[in-house]
Ligand binder design. Structure first.
Ligand SMILES: [Zn+2]
Ligand SMILES: [Zn+2]
Length: 439
């Protein structure tokens, strides 16, 4: 059977929007078509107690709040930090747990290491990669069903990120790399980008929302469809370990906040000016033409660098043999808002149209795997404008882009129809203090 899983989220204790209601999450999961959702921050004392008081185990290792559906998986993200080269590197890592007992034993272990659990995403400070390996191994030894997954691997806080870059995964996780079986693509990368990196041929690629709220454009904005014999924690983990991933639903990586190299507007010395570059146009010294500081290197440039370093032979667009099916999508509320020309995805009109469409399909995930003709036929009865229907079909067929793509913490700008040549962006835009307008 195929189940849609979103293994990475956060509670209010990881910063961002206020506390998250399990009930709101359950309602959003129904609409989005997410069957299993990571609780986020399960090591945090208050959130852990809250989860313990409110969740009931329905299937082995999977929990529910009010109804009988086994929906929640215990999950956290931790940050390993260690000396790499001349500096320190922080690497976000998702951890999945089979039981509250394994969560509590991990908390005790981390207490013993002096790790503070009072933030949603605890820091595990390590000396070097040997230390990272030892500490990660100790966590994995708590229960053989605990799974550690390098999170959003290409972002600056991911294992391959541009901050104190490393050449191979083992340069950070050391010997414990052997115990890692999957990596998270993150919003800024997808299987096409990660196929450039040869060592990932041996890993399952999974995709998650990293949501900090139950909003319909956040939770389930990326997810992983797992092929499993039954809905249980053990079977899901087994599917991840054996790469029985049926498909992933991805952000278009060009939307991700770190896709190209550049400096965003508002940075010191920038005012409204920003610059964004494809690899071939990036200044050779990696210095910003506006503020002269080092540019934030984008995911595309990093993936191409890693390809060179690891001796990769695949060209961009060629998929690795271990890659599964994937679709690129945009949250349906955003497609609707864009189509009717409103900015807010929670406006009355957007919500009304969203509910109408979900009423017809049952949930949002189904739409992205439906045939064009079926979508047209089903939506014809809903009295939607042709524009909304055709835009949904265009997004489903990957006929959309972000121009300019995301860079230096800025999301890409959404546009339906047409393509942006991500290898051909060379843009310096806005005002520079004391200078004339550049564009
Ligand atoms: Zn993270
Ligand atoms: Zn700059």
């Amino acid at each position: 059977m195929l189940i849609n899983c979103d293994f990475h989220s956060h509670s209010g204790y990881a910063g961002g929007v206020g506390q998250i209601s399990l009930l709101d999450l359950e309602v959003a999961m129904e609409k989005k078509g997410i069957d299993v959702f990571g609780t986020g921050d399960c090591l945090h004392p208050q959130w852990r107690e809250f989860l313990k008081d409110n969740l009931v185990e329905r299937k082995e290792g999977l929990f529910s709040n009010k109804d009988n559906k086994a929906r929640f998986m215990l999950q956290t993200e931790v940050i390993f930090t260690a000396a790499v080269g001349s500096g320190r590197k922080s690497v976000h890592t998702v951890i999945l747990f089979p039981s509250f007992e394994s969560v509590e034993n991990t908390c005790k272990l981390l207490d013993g290491m002096g790790v503070k659990n009072t933030i949603g995403r605890p820091f595990i400070k390590c000396v070097d990669r040997v230390d990272v390996s030892n500490r990660l191994s100790k966590i994995l030894d708590v229960d053989d069903k605990i799974e550690a997954i390098p999170a959003h691997v290409m972002t600056p806080q991911g294992v391959y990120g541009s901050n104190n870059p490393i050449d191979k995964m083992k340069d950070f996780y050391g010997a414990a790399t052997e115990r890692i079986t999957a990596v998270e693509t993150g919003l800024s990368a997808d299987p096409e980008i990660l196929s450039l990196i040869p060592e990932l041929d041996d890993y399952s690629l999974i995709s998650n929302s990293d949501a900090h709220s139950a909003a319909l454009n956040r939770m389930g904005r990326e997810f992983t469809t797992v092929d499993t014999t039954s809905v249980s924690y053990g079977n899901i983990i087994d599917s991840i370990r054996k790469n029985k991933i049926a498909r992933t639903a991805e952000f278009n990586p060009t939307e991700g906040r770190f896709f190209l190299t550049g400096h965003r507007a508002g940075k010191k010395g920038h005012n409204d000016a920003y610059c964004v570059f494809s690899p071939k146009y990036t200044p050779k010294d990696n210095k910003c033409p506006i503020c002269s500081k080092k540019l934030t290197i984008g995911v595309l440039a990093r993936a191409l660098q890693l390809k060179e370093i690891q001796g990769g032979t695949r060209q961009f667009g060629e998929l690795s043999p271990s890659t599964k099916d994937f679709v690129r999508m945009v949250p349906l509320v955003e497609v609707i808002a864009h189509s009717i020309g409103v900015l807010s995805v929670v406006s009355v009109k957007v919500v009304e149209l969203y509910e109408k469409i979900i009423g017809i399909f049952g949930n949002e995930a189904r739409i992205w795997f439906e045939k064009d003709e079926t979508i047209r036929k089903k939506l014809a009865s809903a009295e939607l404008s042709d524009n909304v229907i055709e835009n949904i079909i265009k997004v489903k067929n990957d006929d959309f882009c972000f121009s300019p793509p995301g860079f230096d913490g800025t999301y890409g700008k959404f546009s339906i129809g047409g393509k942006e040549d991500v290898f051909n962006v060379n843009l310096i835009s806005g005002y520079v203090p004391g200078q004339k307008r550049l564009f």
